[in-house]
Structure formats: C-alpha cells, structure tokens
Design a protein around this ligand. Sequence first.
Ligand code: HEC
Length: 123
Amino acid sequence: MPQNIIIVTGLMILLSTGSVFGATEHFIQAEPESIGRSLTISVSKGNCIACHSIPAEKKIVSLANIGPPLIGIKQRFPLRTNLTKQIWDPTQANPNTIMPPFGKHKILTELEIKFIVDYLYTL
Ligand code: HEC
C-alpha cells in the first residue's frame, strides 16, 4: 500500500514539474510581438483598445475612436524612442492628453512597453 502511495506521489510530481517546464518553455518561445499584442489588448494591462482601434487586426474588434487608429506606426514613428516616449508619458507631447502615462505612472514596466512597441511596429 505505502509503495502505491509513493508511486502515485512520484507520478504527480513528475506530471506537475513537466507542466511547469512546459509553461516556461512556452514563455521563452513566445515572440516579443505576441507578448506585446497580449499586453496591448489586455484590460488589466495596456487596454489600448479602449481608446484605439487596430484596423490590421481582424480578430480584435474595437470601435474605439478616442485616440487615432493604431496603423502605419513605422511611418508615423520612425524613431523607436519617440514611440516609447508616447507610451511612457504622452503628456510630454500633449499636456492635455487623456492617454494615461503608462510608464511614468507604473501601469506598465519598461519591459512591457518594449514588447508593446515591438508589436506596434508590426502594424
Ligand atoms: C484613455 C484613452 C487612451 C488609452 C487607454 C490609450 N490611448 Fe493612446 N492615445 C489617446 C489619445 C486621445 C491620443 C491622441 C494624442 C493626444 O491626445 O495627444 C493617443 C495617441 C496615441 C499614439 C500616437 C498616435 C499618433 O499617430 O500620433 C500612440 C502610438 C498611442 N496612443 C498608443 C497607445 C498605446 C500603445 C496604448 C496602450 C498601452 C494607448 N495608446 C492607450 C488615448 C488613449
């Protein structure tokens, strides 16, 4: 009997560590752009689509038009630093903007903003 319990416990440990490794691997393999995409649409993170539509994304339905559509980003922000600044603290470009200062107010980390910038450059 105790042997059975040991075997079952061992199996459970194996299964659980297996899935932990699986999850880690999945995270490491995820492209920066796809992490950025999740952060952009996540209600608890960027929630950018509350104000912006993303016309290139057929699966993301946003009718928001408070901010300009996120499109042609490379043409509009040839410099990565300018796009990063716009997300870090949009009040620098427009003190009266209603877009939240995501970096300055610690809504998003520097790394999260980097991933979002990677994603926006695919649009
Ligand atoms: C509460 C509404 C709101 C949210 C949420 C918001 N924005 Fe904005 N955004 C705006 C508005 C309004 C503008 C127009 C510029 C201004 O107000 O100065 C803007 C402008 C921009 C611009 C500049 C566009 C251009 O072509 O000039 C970018 C890029 C941008 N937002 C990205 C984002 C990203 C990425 C997020 C999410 C992390 C986000 N925004 C979340 C309202 C918002």
